[in-house]
Design a protein around this ligand. Structure first.
Ligand SMILES: [Zn+2]
Ligand SMILES: [Zn+2]
Length: 333
């Protein structure tokens, strides 16, 4: 413990003392609370998220706020987060290597010390997130990883930590390569994308109905993200932004939550399991089953890279088909 604390201290002129993707120690901790000295910012944030989850559970149990928690579902989300940590750590070296390799082809040298650079990356990282997220819903190859996050039929703070195991393997980092080529350093991208995910933690709740109108217009909120987690035809594959809702308004994917159409959380076809391994791999298994019966290259491409639910006859339960059917039935008027 002492040795690692020693090695984390910066040395003037020496090599970087710590890995890029580790957050710095909390400077606030110095001389104040002893326990803070041995915790990194990341660890404090993990504990803060658990504390908020416990607060939400207590408020839901006391019927003071809306929400639903069941033990099995919450444990499944914790299991998914554990596996997500493990795969991220196992693949961290490869991720850093790929980012570093691409960074050498950058157009500009953007300094991390510039406040303008930080202002720019807050916006551009979220734009990259929008496209990562949209592709993750509209292309089955990426959906097979991202579906993990949508597999719960509950919606609470524990849903936020239900994270995929195979995202890094299938290259869902790709939209951020543009930022590397512009010249944002990899460590800046890792830090900002972490902050983006941190922002998204609090929006996974039914406890907050609506934020002020100006906030709902500009930012992602619990209301907008409830829509994103819903399988109602009106809501499915909508509201992809991480922080700034303006992307969905600009690109035509925004839908507001309606009180007369409450969200039904989960998937179009729910998988009815709390087993993290099944949650992590069920869509991969389904894809391999479909590919095995593909009769042409077109079928193969459709099953792997088409939208989730794609079928060769064009009548599969895709988001577009479900929305069109609901419109025909008058349910979406
Ligand atoms: Zn999503
Ligand atoms: Zn979410």
């Amino acid at each position: 413990m002492a040795a690692s604390a020693q090695s984390a201290r910066p040395r003037p002129g020496g090599p970087r003392p710590d890995s890029w993707y580790k957050l710095p120690k909390l400077s606030l901790a110095a001389g104040s609370v002893h326990v803070m000295k041995v915790l990194t910012t990341a660890q404090v944030l993990v504990l803060a998220r658990f504390a908020l989850m416990l607060v939400e559970i207590a408020l839901v149990r006391a019927h003071l706020v809306r929400g639903r928690y069941t033990v099995k579902d919450t444990l499944a989300s914790l299991g998914m987060r554990a596996g997500n940590y493990a795969t991220n750590i196992a693949l961290a070296g490869a991720t850093v290597a790929v980012f570093t390799w691409i960074y050498q082809f950058r157009l500009y040298d953007i300094p991390m010390s510039s406040p303008w650079a930080w202002a720019a990356i807050v916006v551009l990282d979220d734009l990259a997130y929008y496209w990562f997220h949209r592709f993750s819903h509209e292309c089955r190859f990426w959906w097979a990883a991202h579906v993990n996050h949508h597999s719960s039929q509950e919606y609470n703070l524990s849903t936020a930590i239900r994270q995929p195991w195979t995202g890094v393997l299938v290259g869902t980092w790709a939209p951020w390569f543009v930022l590397l080529l512009i010249g944002f350093p990899p460590e800046m991208i890792f830090l900002q994308s972490g902050l983006n995910l941190l922002y998204q933690f609090w929006i996974h709740t039914e406890a907050i109905r609506r934020m002020p109108a100006w906030f709902e217009y500009l930012f992602n909120t619990p209301s907008h993200h409830r829509v994103h987690h819903a399988s109602n035809p009106r809501y499915v594959d909508r509201n992809y932004a991480g922080i700034f809702m303006v992307w969905d308004r600009m690109f035509g994917t925004f839908v507001a939550e309606r009180d007369d159409d409450p969200p039904r959380y989960g998937l179009i076809h729910n998988i009815e399991t709390f087993n993290p391994i099944k949650i992590a791999f069920h869509e991969w298994a389904a894809m391999f089953r479909d590919v095995a019966r593909a009769r042409s290259l077109r079928d193969f491409a459709g099953y792997v890279f088409g939208p989730p639910g794609w079928r060769p006859d064009g009548r599969g339960p895709t988001a577009a088909n479900l929305r069109a059917a609901a419109m025909r039935d008058g349910a979406e008027a």
